[in-house]
Design a protein around this ligand. Sequence first.
Ligand SMILES: [Zn+2]
Length: 451
Amino acid sequence: MVKLIFYGGVNEIGGNKILLQDKKTRVMFDFGQSFTFGVNYFAGYLAPRAVNGLGDYFAFDLLPRIEGLYSKEMLTTCDLPYVQPKIDAVFLSHAHFDHVSHIQFLDPKIPVFMGYGTKLFMESMEETSSFCSYGDHTCNRFRTGDKIKVGSITVEPVHVDHSIPAAYGFIISTSEGNVVYTGDLRRHGPRKDLTEDFIEKAKASEPIAMICEGTRMATTENRQNISEPEVRKQAQEVIASTDKMVFAAHYSRDIDRFNSFYKVAKKTNRKLVITPKTAYLLTKLLDDKHLSVPDPLKDDNILVYYKRKRSGSFDDKDYFLWERTFMEKMVTHEYIQKYQKTLVMDLDFYQLTELIDIKPEAGSHFIHSMSEPFSEEDIEDQVLHNWIDRFKMQFHQMHASGHMKKEQLVEMINYIQPKIVFPVHTENQLLFRSYCSNTQTIEQGKEYVLK
Ligand SMILES: [Zn+2]
């Protein structure tokens, strides 16, 4: 008998935690954190206490109480007793935090499987951020084409295109038939061919069930979404037609977006200014020959921006060791101010204070190449616009989503023809049902038996 239990990603975008059980084999697919994790009980300095392990999370049912899943250390103060692992493996679809973050709580004895590139992203996060730790696990790396046997199931990861490289869907061979899990995926990105490979393999597997993401399953979409080539085209139009500074804000791990700005900067004879963190990530990703990224130390089109820290005089010792690696490519606010016409600079929300030092000329440009805010009351968005107005900059919005749109989702499901569809990573399960009659809507923690 094969069972599915959804512990996260139910009626919400993100936080996927999917348990598949086949006879005695139990495997978790993704173990991420919800975007709204704990917001009903915690705010600002009112945070779960580290000293209480998972106790504060369990008190509000923020994590599932599953025996044989969590580490001994996290359970010391909890009423859930520690027992030896009862989960055989965890598979991660990609390195976005809503799919991976909570593996930090897991028993290190449980092996974790992830894409080769996903491991590089996770290492980079851990090494460059003081608050990020995914815990110690036996990490097994996979690539498309691998077939990984765990107990009575075999898991085949297949690459997909998403807003982070090294994203995968899975085809899981169970004793009742094949189960397909999409992870997060899109069909309008630069590597849509990867998603097409996945769709073909999924169809050929004649799945008895398909766990399908539905981020953009919505009656109407209010937020603008264009394709990656269109982002590149629009960015080029802005940059080519100005003799002022151009700032760009985008998700640091969206390498397609990085490449878009990198290429546009090159084409418009500007240098691209990145943060030491991005430089570090690129250096890491050079290890994966399947990915195409420039080497920040060797590429003349890339400069690395150093903020004033501690002494304020750009002393080596002011910076972390990993940051110091790129000091030969260092530029400071004085350089940026002087050569602003010849630069495109990455500048995200949390670096806005650098504008005070850089003093961009009035009429400079700010390209917001990320999702538009989810609500009109978004505080960060209001603050961002105050900064942009204060520095008399021109604002541009351009973004390509990491997820396929409703029509493409429906087309994909109809093409693959699974017996049952389980909608995850969506706020709109019922809409799935109105398009696909074979939809089984899901409830948190409930068992679904597959036959
Ligand atoms: Zn994702």
